[in-house]
Design a protein around this ligand. Structure first.
Ligand SMILES: Cc1ncc(COP(=O)(O)O)c(C=O)c1O
Length: 461
């Protein structure tokens, strides 16, 4: 593929910007795609070319890229009270409304009776959860109970603690991570991790046995928490097999291990329920939300903590004088105003109902690619999906990562006006805005088909 000439904006970017999650040398060579405008589920680049955003940005712009109700809510709040904080007994007005509305959205009674702690990103909220595991068990007189079990291919963010909980090698290499005290078990990825001939039930048995063996060998009295995404997103859109979460939860309960559910991608309707917690019948002690909380228009995240954790933290912090944690922007009024309006739109427009209505079209379309010679597995749930590419689909043999087959496919899709994302292992991810229409889903599938065929020709050529 020829590299288009890099624009002045692109040259400035390359000269001064250290890009997150980017192949930096390739960026220097190819330049960035400069996006300047949003329009519904589309974004528009500096040359006026339109793209359907098949990833809602980073799994987050649920209401698309031009929702004027959110712009108006932000504008109104900016003029009324642009900033105030929640430290030492104060609170900005919109927080009081948001906590009431958001706890009413909470998927379990334990969380509805609990408390909300705000931050600005999924990473920060998971970092907060990491710290609260220590606080809680220390306060209960069990200072040894603070190791956290996380999963391979998990993604929980990039602060030192959140990256440690994440199970993707590039997040640790050169960073001297993970931090001590993080233990790892396998991802529930049946396609990728099942043994030859293994049934799904036998695979679940094996994962549960692995978790149990780890708890036993470390000593349950040393394990403070287990963290999981209901559907693993950045690790490859991994949907757990039936029976996995009920059995995992039973083990956690048996050993009094806290369950942190990371709903940063799945919260607010992505899976066709308000939360993944409802899809998989989870009972979180803490639950992280971010991204679609504000349709990503303003940074905001929240950690739900159960009543039991709150009461313990309240007692212990009273004894030391204050609860020594919080961000300058925890519960920022602008973010609260936008989050409140986002939740109102979700309710007014029945966004979860819309997801349920249009998701079958996406999932059926992805399944039609399952027999494509490049596709090892097509999978998805609600408005999230993936095509895992394979050199030999029958043998589930992946491509050599160095060939960049998934990256090539994503570039071809982009040339056709569709933005997708390649995850590790040549997994092509789909996670469009929740407001996507059926016609737009058809467009996405049509351009994906074209990109798959062009990639096949390239691979064979
Ligand atoms: C499941 C999950 N948790 C946490 C994060 C981190 O969120 P942020 O990038 O807002 O820090 C992400 C980001 O993609 C995520 O997918």
């Amino acid at each position: 593929m020829s590299t288009p000439e890099i624009s002045a904006a692109g040259r400035s970017d390359i000269a001064h910007h250290l890009h997150p999650y980017t192949q930096l040398r390739a960026l220097e060579r190819d330049g960035p795609l400069v996006i300047v405008k949003g329009d519904g589920s589309h974004v528009i680049d500096e040359h006026g070319k339109r793209y359907l955003e098949g990833m809602a940005g980073l799994w987050c712009a649920s209401l698309g890229f031009s929702e004027s109700r959110l712009a108006d809510a932000a504008n109104h709040q900016m003029r009324l009270l642009p900033y105030y904080h929640s430290f030492s007994g104060k609170v900005p007005g919109p927080v009081t409304e948001l906590v009431a509305r958001l706890t009413a959205w909470a998927p379990t009674e334990a969380l509805r009776r609990g408390r909300l702690l705000f931050a600005n990103s999924g990473s920060e909220s998971n970092d907060t959860a990491f710290k609260l595991v220590r606080y809680y068990h220390n306060a209960r007189g069990q200072p040894q109970k603070k190791k956290i079990i996380a999963r391979q291919k998990g993604y929980h963010g990039v602060t030192a603690a959140a990256a440690s909980l994440s199970g993707l090698p590039t997040m640790h290499q050169h960073f001297d991570l993970p931090l001590p005290g993080v233990l790892r078990v396998s991802a529930p990825h049946f396609y990728g991790n099942a043994l030859p001939g293994e049934s799904e039930a036998a695979f679940v048995d094996r994962l549960v046995a692995e978790l149990e063996a780890l708890i036993t060998s470390e000593g349950p009295e040393t394990i403070g928490a287990f963290i999981a995404e209901p559907v693993q997103g950045a690790g490859g859109v991994i949907i757990p097999p039936a029976g996995y979460f009920p059995r995992v939860q039973a083990l956690l309960k048996q050993h009094q291990i806290l369950f942190i559910v990371d709903e940063v991608i799945t919260g607010f309707g992505r899976l066709g329920e308000r939360f993944g917690t409802q899809v998989f019948d989870l009972q979180p002690d803490m639950m992280t939300v971010a991204k679609m909380l504000t349709s990503a228009y303003v940074p905001m995240s929240a950690l739900f903590v159960s009543e039991a954790i709150y009461q313990t933290v309240a007692d212990a912090s009273a004894a030391v004088g204050t609860f020594g944690h919080g961000y300058t922007y925890s519960g920022h009024p602008l973010a609260c105003a936008v989050a409140l309006e986002t939740l109102r739109i979700y309710e007014d427009d029945d966004i979860v109902g819309h997801v349920r209505r249009v998701a079958p079209r996406l999932q059926a379309g992805l399944q039609r690619f399952a027999t494509h010679p490049l596709v090892g597995q097509a999978r998805g749930l609600g408005l999230i999906g993936a095509l895992e590419l394979a050199e030999d689909p029958a043998a589930r043999k992946p491509f050599d990562p160095a060939r960049g087959v998934g990256a090539y496919l994503v570039k071809r899709a982009q040339a056709h006006g569709l933005i997708l994302r390649v995850l590790g292992g040549d997994v092509i991810a789909f996670s469009p805005p929740l407001v996507i229409t059926e016609a737009e889903i058809d467009f996405m599938l049509e351009k994906t088909a074209l990109a798959l065929d062009e990639t096949l020709a390239w691979v064979r050529g």
